[in-house]
Design a protein around this ligand. Structure first.
Ligand SMILES: *Cc1c(COP(=O)(O)O)cnc(C)c1O
Length: 421
């Protein structure tokens, strides 16, 4: 459920007409709903209420400071995957003890910054990384709390580019070698082992792969405890999928996910952490764009939008589907017609949808891409020297531009001309 709905023939974001924001901000832009963001966070938080837990929002899904502050105010922790994201979490006022640091290639400097600023735990991805974390901790005179990310070798049944839990993926250490690696971790002077981490992929639409992975983590917990390790914390990753279209089968709800987690690991008495990103931000954001031209091609009509693949790359990168709806509610009885919906960028890949049935549209009409809140703005680029588009946050009847559109001058002035030119 989200808060982008038609009222009196117009698309609203909570209590604000989307067209009104477009008139003030200009198109294209990302638009987020505070109520949807907080609702999704609370659903997860409540789903784990059966035991001690922390929901760490995976901020790589959408990392605007205003979004982070909104979620932090609800009590969210943060899952960060870079020094930049760590700095964002701190800047948003998230205390270090609520920040977990994931990612396959943490550098010396990133580790140092996190140990100095405060960190709940590092999720270690490899033995060389584990040794560097220990070294940095020793040099700072502290112990780094760690979990080790295990790769459980399960098929997440999702798009190949976002599956992370098979043995051929670059993530984590093979679960079969976990006891050996934990034994080394326990010997390293700068580390304090606190638990186990797993994350098998993104946009999972079934519970079964999670349950399989978490079952393996439960077994490993018992084995590691028998080896003398104190395992008090299980980080179970993110990955629960969202419905990108209203017609396909609905992914499991956070409540069902939470009950499955309890079944799989509830008996172990561990504190549970989860790292949802997409499910919190995905349906909390839309991309609003304007039709520049309707072009009648041979055997097909093109809707040429002012938004493009550089603003929302998911269709080009993952063949992702986004529902696209007109901002003015179509009159009932209008015969839908097929359009190829494209952006102005000079690549054929800049195609959002082919033969998409839409009500008849004309130049100047506004459309909204639904479910664009996660992996949207954060993956945008300035390709074709198109400015990064603004982000806007709605709360009730208020809205605020939480990232302005840069001017062409801003963009050009970021380059430096060498003296010899
Ligand atoms: C990307 C990622 C997440 C979030 O995944 P979602 O599918 O957005 O929930 C969580 N943990 C790790 C380690 C990740 O890389």
């Amino acid at each position: 459920m989200d808060h982008f709905i038609y009222q009196n023939g117009a698309l609203f974001a909570e209590d604000v007409p989307v067209a009104e924001i477009a008139a003030q901000v200009g198109t294209p832009f990302y638009l987020y709903s505070t109520a949807t963001l907080t609702r999704h966070f609370k659903l997860f938080d409540e789903a784990l209420d059966w035991g001690p837990h922390l929901v760490c929002y995976a901020m790589k899904a959408a990392s605007n400071q205003a979004i982070l502050k909104t979620l932090a105010a609800e009590g969210a922790g943060m899952d960060v995957v870079s020094g930049g994201e760590y700095a964002r979490a701190i800047a948003a006022g998230v205390p270090g003890e609520r920040i977990v640091f994931s990612g396959v290639g943490k550098t010396h400097d990133e580790i140092k910054a996190a140990l100095s600023g405060g960190i709940r735990q590092f999720n270690v991805e490899s033995e060389p990384e584990m040794r560097v974390i220990s070294e940095v901790a020793v040099s700072l005179g502290v112990q780094a709390p760690i979990t080790i990310r295990v790769n459980p070798d399960v098929d997440a049944k999702t798009h190949a580019k976002i599956a992370t839990g098979k043995s051929e993926n670059k993530f984590g250490i093979p679960i079969a070698r976990a006891r050996e690696v934990y034994a080394e971790a326990a010997r390293l002077p700068g580390l304090k082992v606190v638990g186990i981490d797993v994350h098998i992929g993104s946009q999972l639409t079934q519970l079964e792969p999670f349950e399989q992975a978490y079952g393996k983590v439960a077994e490993l917990t018992e084995a590691l405890r028998a080896d003398g390790h104190e395992i008090t914390r299980l980080d179970l990753g993110g990955g629960l999928g969202i419905p990108y279209t209203r017609s396909n089968e609905a992914p499991p709800l956070p409540t069902e996910y939470g009950a499955m987690v309890q079944r799989a690991v509830g008996h172990l008495g561990c504190e549970v952490e989860i790292e949802p990103g997409r499910l919190i931000a995905g349906n909390a954001g839309i991309l609003v764009s304007k039709v520049i031209y309707v072009k009648n091609g041979e055997g097909r009509d093109f809707l040429i939008l002012d938004g493009a693949m550089n603003d929302l790359i998911r269709p080009a990168m993952y063949e992702a589907h986004h529902d696209i709806i007109p901002v003015r509610e179509p009159a009932p009885g209008l015969e839908p017609q097929p359009y190829d919906i494209v952006g102005p960028v000079c690549e054929t890949g800049d195609t959002f949808a082919k033969e998409r049935l839409m009500p008849p549209l004309a130049a100047g009409d506004l459309v909204a891409f639904r479910s664009a809140g996660a992996y949207g703005a954060v993956m945008a680029s300035e390709y074709n020297t198109r400015p990064l588009i603004p982000e806007v946050l709605v709360k009730g009847d208020q809205f605020s531009v939480i990232r302005p559109r840069p001017t062409y001058e801003d963009m050009i002035n970021r380059d430096n001309i060498p003296e010899w030119l």
